[in-house]
Design a protein around this ligand. Structure first.
Ligand code: KG4
Ligand code: ZN
Length: 340
């Protein structure tokens, strides 16, 4: 098989974004993402609506990815798809589509673990974006995930810490909801936090063993705090919105940084690569940069479009698996839970 010019079509449909990408080796030629606005009305992802929207989006999204890449489907070397983890109905749409297309084109099929893809997204070749060398620590933080992974090589990864309840993005979004902000509230908390005092209020840090995280108690602490304060002053939120957001954000950052410090100590690894939608947070980015001077960390943040859910990250895993001849077949089924 020709490994000089590998063209991978990648498909991602694990949650509420339908995405398709075309890669030429480790470079992205196109990366199309259709976001599903429908969930905003419900304040969270509704699985049944997500899978229906994937069905509507998948054909036009794949078509657009191929045409933006200026690639004919006959040039494709293989098709990579997200097998899991994710929402069953959503995964089924992308998986079935990938299988049928691979059979139709008579090319290999490559299954991809979504969490592995968030990490290998750091290996997409882009100008001015340094690629981490092994071993490094990957922290994946999004609306669905919170993990610290020790990455020894492309396919040798070890989860050393993860959330035992909510993901960090949920802590942002649920706190925002308590403040009456629209879903997803994370980016708004970030925006208002920039004008507030992070030390105005304080929220307790959960006590969780080792490198694991817990965020459900944090959200409850925010709820009780707001309930108590608004009893005394019904305008408390409006009058203190910036300070509340800054303090919530600082509370979440403290939880993350605490565990990162512990992880670097425990492993002796000071290279930290972050991914997932929450890595867009300006406070987290600043804290990581500060960590370079304070703790001697070396930090890696991929281009934003490769850090939220997207198919380019599925494609880069596809490329490395292609080089390893690591293929699957049409009998493969989706895995809602899928360990690294
Ligand atoms: O990776 P992503 O797009 O989707 C998954 O959840 O897989 O992440 C979305 C999450 C949401 O919880 C959203 O509120 C959060 O990332 N988020 C942020 C920021 N931008 C996105 N949270 C805090 N600050 C931000 N700037
Ligand atoms: Zn994700």
């Amino acid at each position: 098989m020709n490994t000089q010019d590998v063209y991978i079509l990648a498909i991602e449909s694990s949650c509420d974004d339908t995405s398709a990408a075309v890669l030429h080796n480790d470079k992205v030629l196109s990366n199309v993402v259709a976001n599903q606005k429908i969930h905003e009305e419900y304040g969270g992802v509704v699985p049944e609506l997500a899978s229906r929207a994937h069905q509507q989006n998948i054909v036009p999204v794949v078509h657009q990815a191929l045409s933006r890449a200026n690639i004919d489907k006959k040039q494709l070397s293989a098709i990579a798809f997200t097998r899991g983890p994710g929402l069953m109905g959503s995964l089924l749409v992308g998986t079935s589509f990938a299988k049928s297309l691979a059979i139709g084109l008579d090319i290999p099929l490559i299954e991809v673990n979504h969490m592995q893809a968030h990490i290998l997204a750091h290996f997409i070749k882009e100008p001015n974006t340094p690629i981490p060398t092994f071993p490094f620590l990957a922290m994946t933080i999004s609306g669905g995930h919170t993990q610290i992974v020790k990455v020894n090589s492309h396919f040798d990864m070890e989860v050393i810490g993860e959330t035992i309840d909510d993901a960090v993005g949920e802590a942002f979004d649920k706190s925002a909801k308590i403040l009456g902000l629209p879903y997803p509230g994370g980016p708004l908390v970030d925006k208002y936090a920039q004008q507030g005092n992070p030390k105005a209020f304080s929220f307790p840090k959960p006590k969780v063993d080792g490198l694991n995280f817990s965020f459900s108690g944090f959200k409850t602490a925010v709820l009780y705090f707001i309930q108590k304060e608004t009893e005394g002053n019904p305008n408390f939120i409006e009058e203190n919105l910036y300070d509340i957001c800054a303090s919530i954000q600082q509370g979440i950052i403290n939880i993350l940084v605490d565990k990162l410090k512990k992880a670097t100590k425990q492993t002796g690894i000071k290279k930290i690569a972050i991914g997932g939608g929450v890595s867009a947070n300006s406070g987290i980015r600043q804290t990581l940069k500060d960590g370079e001077k304070r703790y001697g960390w070396e930090t890696f943040v991929p281009k934003f479009e490769y850090t939220t859910d997207n198919a380019a990250m599925i494609g880069i895993v596809g490329y490395y698996k292609f080089l390893n001849n690591d293929f699957t077949n049409e009998k493969v089924s989706v895995k809602a839970r899928f360990a690294l």
